[in-house]
Write a new protein. Structure first.
Length: 131
């Protein structure tokens, strides 16, 4: 059983503490208030989702929401992927010519990856005076 990311072994002490602090007479009242609050929050979320669906249209259901999860955002990965992806032939043809020093092994790419925190060549710099 998992409720709001809490397993049963974490919910049980919380419930026991609530019984002790609130007492058996007030516990049903506060449990009802918690239920009403959860229902209201769920109603707000559902109405916001419906409003977005109405405003965006049928494309709303086609959006990959897992891809937009902020917990998966890693700026180092985004920068690395941007430099590793080779430019397409249509992009190169449209721009005329691609500079010789672009790509994942170029000095500019190595400098950008080094600033992003990735090791490019050799170990990371270490300052013995700073530690």
């Amino acid at each position: 059983m998992n409720f709001l990311g809490l397993s049963l072994d974490k919910l049980l002490p919380i419930a026991l503490l609530a019984v002790i602090v609130l007492g058996p007479s007030k516990l049903p009242y506060y449990a009802e208030k918690l239920r009403d609050g959860i229902r209201a929050a769920r109603g707000y979320a559902d109405s916001a989702k419906q409003r977005m669906r109405d405003e965006i249209g049928p494309e709303f259901d086609e959006i990959d929401w897992q891809k937009m999860d902020p917990r998966k955002y890693d700026p180092r990965r985004i920068v690395r992927d941007a430099f590793i992806d080779e430019p397409s032939k249509t992009t190169a043809a449209a721009s005329g010519a691609v500079a010789a020093d672009t790509g994942p092994s170029s000095p500019a790419a190595k400098a950008m990856l080094a600033r992003a925190g990735d090791r490019v060549d050799g170990p990371a710099p270490f300052d013995t005076d700073a530690t």
